[in-house]
Design a binder for this molecule. Structure first.
Ligand SMILES: [Zn+2]
Length: 439
């Protein structure tokens, strides 16, 4: 099936819904829902070609850990109170796809080992081991390389990646605890330097006491690594990385019995050198952003931070087996800096079916499509959509299905468009949300 046909079928599904008679009963007038949406809208994101690519976003008053997990499974990611999803179709210039790592399938590649070895040598002896370079760092460090290449793999890199990924696929995953845990434990022992990693809950006394230090590091990282001066202000920092619509749950008897948003602090000899903003959800541990001291890049701080997050996810999964995945968010084609994410992930999300496919198969499809939008499973049935007429709306203090109250809503058409978009972007889980409507 061609993409055009696919889109046609997609829209037919929605049109059929429109013909349905409205038979919905009013809902219980209580807020039993765990996720409350305040705004639904579209925002544009500029790609490397300076073209605008649309994202549907929702701004939420609150969202449950389970619902956010479901949205990650549909290719969404969170920033502050906004949860967003790239809208992908034939017109998309640079596509963005969800990525995840199944913890039991993760393998510590040679190149990741090199990066960890470098960190270990620095901590133990104060001299980084720079004898070998690793792929992950290479892609992070040379954003200017071959912009035309898809996912910025050169043909040779692509072949190498596919060869390794295909070979790795047939193997069993590493015991993360044994392989990665041992490496990290060695580093944690220290030597010439002392390294500490701590989990800091948002708005905790420790969070507030280290806020300025964290913000200063964030600005330093932005200026040096991304040359982004406009991110260096407290308002942006606060609304993007210091607030969360998730409830923070802590278990006093068990350090790992936590859910919610946290900052993972990395200190070397007491100095804050890295911060990871993470969400610990039912099914996922997601890294939303890592920022670190640019001077420590040469010793592989970025990879060390990601590996520590991966190890944390694994530790939590031993206490709570439903947490099965690590997610580094979405990857954008033609953003060389993000290539390292491919080496850390085992699966990529097919937007057409919303099914996860092995990373090597997905990368091959993207490569064939030359950076344009690609369905990884074009011959499979499309994702299931929710019926947007039955999405719950909070209107005049009561909760009803949209289909029942739409005639009373002033900007009915606009809301209908937004709910249709939400249904397409979120799939069936949209029917579990509640959307606040201005009367
Ligand atoms: Zn583009």
């Amino acid at each position: 099936m061609s993409l055009k046909q696919a889109c046609l079928i997609d829209s037919l599904f929605i049109e059929t819904d429109l013909e349905k008679p409205i038979l919905y009963e009013p809902l219980e007038p209580k807020l039993a829902h765990d996720t409350i949406i305040e705004t639904i809208d579209i925002m544009q994101k500029s790609c490397v070609h300076k073209n605008n690519n649309p994202n549907l976003y929702i701004e939420v008053e609150k969202i449950s850990h389970e619902h956010l997990s479901e949205l990650i499974d549909q290719g969404w990611c969170r920033r502050g109170k906004r949860v967003m999803k790239p809208i992908l179709d034939d017109t998309t210039c640079c596509s963005r796809y969800g990525l995840r790592t199944e913890l039991t399938k993760f393998r510590l590649t040679r190149s990741l080992k090199i990066s960890l070895k470098r960190m270990k040598k620095y901590i133990q002896t104060n001299v980084p081991d720079l004898s070998e370079t690793c792929q992950e760092e290479k892609s992070e460090a040379h954003p200017e390389l071959s912009q035309e290449e898809l996912l910025d793999f050169t043909q040779k890199e692509m072949e190498e990646f596919l060869r390794t990924a295909t070979k790795e696929k047939s193997k069993k995953g590493d015991d993360i605890d044994k392989v990665l845990g041992e490496e990290l434990k060695e580093i944690a022992k220290g030597g010439k330097h002392n390294i500490e990693v701590s989990l800091v809950a948002l708005n905790s006394p420790e969070f507030n006491a280290t806020y300025q230090e964290s913000f200063d590091l964030f600005c330093k990282w932005n200026r040096a690594v991304h040359d982004q001066e406009d991110w260096c202000n407290k308002e942006f920092f606060d609304t993007s990385f210091c607030i969360t619509p998730l409830q923070n749950i802590q278990d006093e008897d068990n350090e790992l019995g936590v859910m919610g948003t946290f900052h993972l602090h990395f200190r070397i000899d007491g100095k804050l050198v890295g911060v990871a903003e993470i969400d610990i959800l039912t099914k996922y541990l997601c890294v939303n952003l890592n920022w670190y001291h640019p001077e420590y890049r040469v010793i592989g701080i970025g990879i060390f931070m990601i590996m520590s997050n991966m190890s944390l996810a694994y530790q939590i999964s031993k206490v709570r087996p439903e947490l099965k995945y690590f997610s580094g968010g979405v990857i954008e084609t033609n953003r060389p800096r993000q290539n390292y994410k491919c080496y850390l992930s085992t699966e990529m999300l097919c937007d057409w079916t919303r099914r996860w496919v092995p990373i090597a198969d997905a990368v091959r499809k993207i490569h064939e499509a030359k950076g344009r939008y690609a369905s990884f499973l074009p011959n499979e049935l499309p994702m299931k959509l929710s019926d947007f007429f039955s999405i719950s709306c909070l209107f005049n203090g009561e909760t009803h299905h949209f289909g029942r109250i739409r005639k009373q809503i002033k900007n009915e058409k606009e809301l209908e468009e937004n709910l249709r978009g939400l249904s397409k972007a979120a799939g069936l889980v949209a029917n579990e949300f509640i959307v606040k409507i201005q009367s």
